[in-house]
Design a protein around this ligand. Structure first.
Ligand code: NAD
Ligand code: GLY
Length: 356
């Protein structure tokens, strides 16, 4: 069973194992002082896995209360945060009790944030059910909700007490949701190189348990160096700055994962144009993404993307930190003044001006 320890201020283990959903109770009990568990999940995941999670917790002696929220990004909002906090209070959770977040990144972020602020912080356990949540959002302690002005604008760093990932749960994901998660997996391959690149060689023969573990190990290394996202952890934004612009230009009709895929190719093209990487890297990145069913070309020209680049929330003053690849296994942060973007975007999205 791959277990990866994340040595943040309060260390915790990420365990990835087939069948773990039915052992969540016995694995959690030794880690938690209290015996009340608030199981927070969504309306799609609950009928698939809610009863099994609850049964496992009850068998280990937990009193379980369950909150089922509507599936989808719109649940990551102030009113659902309020509903979750009231649910914890009405079920009399104390500071020794814990929240179990069973779902994708939406439930993990929302339940994590509720745990961060309820009674000024109680423990929570991440039970990721999407590929994105397994490789990214369940690890590292970023919790958040969206505000009217944008995504993830209110949140807290609050590390989980444990992450239990059962990769068999990924088998029920819609193909598009799975494919979106693959964009993040390719991101880790570009950040770290091996063993991920080899593990992804043949999409028909991927050992997802090993892939998830390899991705989590990459994220662990960055989170341990920079728990509060002030430096190296920003490398995890690879593909996200250009991807954000594509997502915005499409009025969110291009999904996040697809936008990140397009953004990684754009970052590679810019790196090649600036002489940071070899000329063949963009095609290699595009080929790997295509193998996993992801798009690599922006439907929009630079002039459509420029306004959205300026609204990226990761901007610090008039400077953006672009993540640019030098090769598979090495990416760098490049501080980029916003006023350089009009000349850089055509390098990242060549041949696009004039398209509809
Ligand atoms: P999601 O949580 O909305 O899940 C996608 C869809 O899949 C939902 O409809 C969900 O009900 C369904 N689903 C989940 N598991 C399933 C399963 N096993 N079988 C069938 N259906 C299932 O979306 P997501 O892509 O997991 O997460 C996106 C969110 O994660 C965004 O809000 C993003 O901001 C956040 N995020 C956070 C971090 C972080 O570090 N905290 C990192 C990346 C993304
Ligand atoms: N998903 C980016 C981070 O955790 O920093």
């Amino acid at each position: 069973m791959p277990t990866i320890t994340v040595r943040t201020a309060r260390p915790y283990d990420v365990t990835i194992q087939t069948g773990l959903l039915d052992r969540v109770g016995e694995c959690s009990a030794p880690l938690l002082p209290g015996r009340t568990a608030a199981l927070v999940t969504d309306s799609t995941v609950d009928p698939l896995y809610g009863d099994r999670a609850q049964a496992s917790l009850e068998a280990a002696g937990f009193r379980v209360c369950r909150l089922v929220l509507p599936a989808g990004e719109q649940t990551k909002c102030l009113s659902r945060l309020g509903e979750t906090l009231e649910f914890l209070a009405s079920n009399r959770l104390t500071r020794t009790d814990a929240v179990f977040a069973l779902g994708g990144g939406v439930i993990g972020d929302l339940a994590g944030f509720a745990s961060a602020v309820y009674l000024r912080g109680i423990r929570y356990v991440q039970l990721p059910t999407t590929l994105l949540a397994a490789v990214d959002s369940s690890v590292g302690g970023k919790t958040a909700i969206d505000l009217a002005a944008g995504k993830n604008l209110a949140g807290a760093f609050h590390q989980p007490a444990a992450v239990f990932c059962d990769p068999t749960l990924l088998s029920t994901l819609p193909a598009e949701t799975f494919s979106d998660g693959c964009a993040e997996v390719v991101k880790y391959a570009l950040l770290d190189g091996e063993p991920l690149r080899t593990l992804l060689a043949d999409p028909a023969k991927v050992d997802w348990e090993r892939v998830v573990a390899a991705c989590v190990a990459v994220k662990r290394d960055l989170v341990e160096k920079d728990e509060h996202d002030l430096g190296e952890r920003m490398l995890l934004n690879l593909g996200h700055t250009f991807g954000h612009a594509v997502e915005q230009a499409s009025a969110l009709t291009v999904t996040h994962g697809k936008a990140v895929a397009i953004g990684m190719v754009a970052a590679s093209r810019l790196a090649a144009a600036l002489g940071l990487c070899g000329a063949s890297l963009p095609a290699e990145v595009a080929e790997l993404l295509t193998r996993y069913g992801l798009p690599v070309e922006s439907p929009y020209p630079p002039s459509r993307l420029l306004p959205a680049m300026g609204t990226d929330k990761k901007r610090a003053g008039q400077v953006l930190r672009l993540v640019l690849p030098e090769r598979f296994g090495k990416c760098v942060l490049r501080e980029t003044p916003v006023d350089e973007l009009p000349s850089l975007l055509p390098l990242a999205f060549p041949g696009k001006e004039g398209n509809p």
